[in-house]
Design a protein around this ligand. Structure first.
Ligand code: GAL
Length: 650
């Protein structure tokens, strides 16, 4: 933690005449950029015909960039297999859930389970690794590009089915054990052999949820082994660190499992695109979206920075530089937004903020996507903001980011279970976590987003919303940390096999919180249920729980259901509150944990990096940093307008 941040850019030498490369490189350096990512979509340039390799252009590009002083992040090109490869093995194509083959003509047209394709990826990776593994201008690797993008993590193809059967046989050992775990006696679904098991799509009505859950787990393991096949080769030939670029609002595989064998957890940050495209439409906040239309959600990027920072060294390898092309609507960012987003990343310990992309390409799918430069080579407005950031950074020596006092547990398995378990179609796991995260930030708090396997020592407050399975072992570790625990809603209600636990709520959780869930009230988002909490009126929507209380209740729905129940060291939140009530609850929970909440003006956020407090302002109205934050201003001003950044040293 705490490396001085650097700037980077994504560059496509294959899009531009060679005569331009040296000038581009010199301009990058002049703009304060030190890293350049290349080649992730260039397989056809490397191998225009099967087995005929052409690396002269790449040798030259790397030399030119490197000699200009840039560090190259070289990618394996496996997100875009050439047409000739697909023609050689047509069954490498992924099949969608409706049973249709994905077509050729864009990217990511492969199944992770196809071993022939995997072998082809190993070959091209090995050639790259041998050729560039110790090249002094190469500084890091990226495997593939955005695993799972465009709905490609799961494939319902024959290779997936065959490998799924093997995976199940390994997981369960005997078919009887699988039948037991899946509860297949229900509807006469019992299997006699692993070879009878199909993929969980195209069933008459919903497939068995345990079957679906195992298919999700299998898909993650396939991506892990696909990636691992490449990283093993890279490590054999090269000492450089390896990254992959993950995405936002994405749950199709467990990124933590993939990142566990990488050095760097990179992700791609498109704040305005995400504000538009967040898959959950039910609980969106129209006021926030209107106020932040040109800057993005003040917490969405921060949440993902914290999520991925817990998985490895944090890089933002693709930062939105201007308007994009792929969202429902693609507005121009507010002036200063590119610098604001970059600072938000740095506040969360990003070692690299790299813009996508250097120059707008006038052809093909992303013509309307901005770069730091226009297609005629003039600077676009993002360029000045990147330069400003480089200047900001040149005068500062930032402190290292240290562990936050609050942990928010994020779990991919819980996300899948929440999705597969239905009950309320308006229940969106990421939105609930984001709501809790936001409520803490609105109280001036810094949060770490961690997996259930994290080391919890040192935290004062640990939040576990919708952590569907809560084993006794995990509960013991949480209690042993000494932190106060805020569980719920929807926590501890399933077993690992995706069955209901024999006791109503997993017992150690019920014991610690003093609350046992008996039934749930799963609702549409537009039917809020009024509640009172500490003299204020609010509402639960989407989710409430009714149950038995042995702990101390605080607040009530108007029909008598509890809001919060407190045991000794843990509390249970019995529903999904509106933003104001949640803010109030989190303020109380912070105090209960020995922390001091500070009410933030609307849309002002703060993140501590050691003795440096980095303030970012997203709202349309000017604000003043609350007096409770003392310290010397080392960047910006205590009065802040939209997109301003201020740093206090304490
Ligand atoms: C990312 C992707 C890039 C580019 C970019 C456009 O998802 O990795 O290749 O398509 O989006 O915003």
């Amino acid at each position: 933690m705490g490396k001085q941040p650097a700037l980077g850019v994504c560059y496509y030498p294959e899009h531009w005449p060679e005569a331009l490369w040296a000038q581009d490189a010199a301009e990058m350096v002049a703009a304060g950029i030190s890293y350049v990512r290349i080649a992730e979509f260039s397989w056809i340039k490397m191998e225009p015909e099967p087995g005929q390799y052409e690396f002269g252009w790449l040798d030259k590009a790397i030399d030119i960039l490197g000699q200009a002083g840039l560090k190259v992040i070289l990618c394996t090109p496996t997100a875009t297999p050439p047409k000739w490869l697909l023609d050689q093995m047509p069954d490498m194509i992924a099949i969608d859930e409706e049973g249709r083959p994905r077509g050729y003509g864009s990217r990511r047209h492969y199944s992770f389970s196809h071993r022939g394709y995997r072998a082809a990826c190993e070959t091209i990776t090995e050639i790259l690794a041998k050729r560039y593994g110790t090249n002094p201008y190469v500084a890091a690797w990226q495997t593939d590009n955005e695993y799972g993008c465009h709905d490609t993590a799961l494939s319902w193809c024959e290779s997936a089915r065959d490998h799924f059967r093997l995976w199940l046989a390994k997981r369960y050992g005997t078919i009887e054990a699988l039948n037991e775990a899946w509860g297949t006696i229900f509807w006469s679904m019992s299997y006699r052999h692993f070879d009878e098991i199909e993929l969980p799509n195209l069933t008459v009505t919903e497939a068995n949820p345990s079957h679906n859950m195992d298919f999700r787990r299998f898909a993650t393991d396939e991506i892990v082994s696909f990636d691992r096949a490449q990283t093993d080769i890279l490590r054999r030939h090269s000492p450089y660190p390896i990254s992959h670029n993950f995405m936002g609002d994405f749950n199709q595989f467990d990124a933590r499992a993939v990142a566990s064998h990488l050095d760097i957890a990179a992700w791609d940050s498109y704040p305005i695109g995400f504000l538009q495209n967040l898959q959950d439409k039910a609980r969106r906040d129209p006021k926030l979206e209107a106020d932040c239309y040109r800057v993005g959600d003040p917490d969405f990027q921060a949440f993902h920075h914290d999520l991925y920072r817990a998985m490895g060294r944090l890089w933002i390898i693709e930062q939105q530089p201007g308007p994009v092309n792929w969202a429902a609507y693609n507005p121009i960012p507010a002036e200063g937004a590119v610098r604001l987003w970059s600072w938000e990343a740095i506040a969360h310990d990003a070692e690299l903020v790299s813009y996508f992309r250097w120059r707008q390409a006038p052809f093909a799918q992303e013509q309307m996507h901005a770069g730091l430069k226009y297609r005629n080579n003039d600077d676009a407005p993002g360029m000045a903001e990147a330069q400003q950031l480089a200047q900001d950074l040149s005068g500062l020596k930032l402190d290292a980011t240290t562990q936050a006092p609050i942990a928010l547990i994020h779990d991919y398995e819980a996300d899948w279970m929440t999705e597969l378990d239905g009950q309320s179609r308006d229940f969106y796991y990421l939105r609930l976590l984001l709501d809790v995260y936001r409520a803490i930030r609105e109280n001036g708090g810094s949060v770490d987003v961690v997996g259930p396997d994290a080391d919890f020592s040192g935290y004062q407050l640990i939040c576990a919303p919708s952590l569907m399975t809560m084993s006794d072992a995990l509960m013991d570790r949480l209690i042993a940390s000494g932190a106060h625990i805020l569980a719920g809603p929807r926590t501890g209600l399933k077993t690992d096999d995706f069955q209901l636990p024999p006791e109503l709520t997993q017992s150690s959780l019920a014991e610690a919180t003093g609350f046992t869930t008996q039934r749930v009230d799963a609702l549409p988002a537009h039917l809020p249920q009024p509640l009172s909490y500490e003299g204020e009126e609010g509402a639960f929507s989407v989710w409430r729980e009714a149950g038995q209380m042995s702990g101390l209740g605080q607040g009530q729905s108007h029909d008598g259901l509890p809001v919060l129940v407190h045991g000794n060291q843990a509390s249970y939140l019995c529903g999904w509150p509106d933003a104001k009530t949640l803010r109030h609850i989190l303020s109380d929970m912070m105090q209960k944990s020995g922390l001091t909440p500070i009410a933030m003006p609307p849309y002002l956020r703060v993140r501590a990096r050691g003795k440096h407090l980095i303030f970012t302002h997203y709202g349309p109205e000017p604000v003043t940093i609350p007096e409770a934050f003392t310290g010397k201003v080392i960047l910006g001003d205590r009065q802040m307008a939209q997109t301003d950044v201020t740093i206090l040293e304490i």
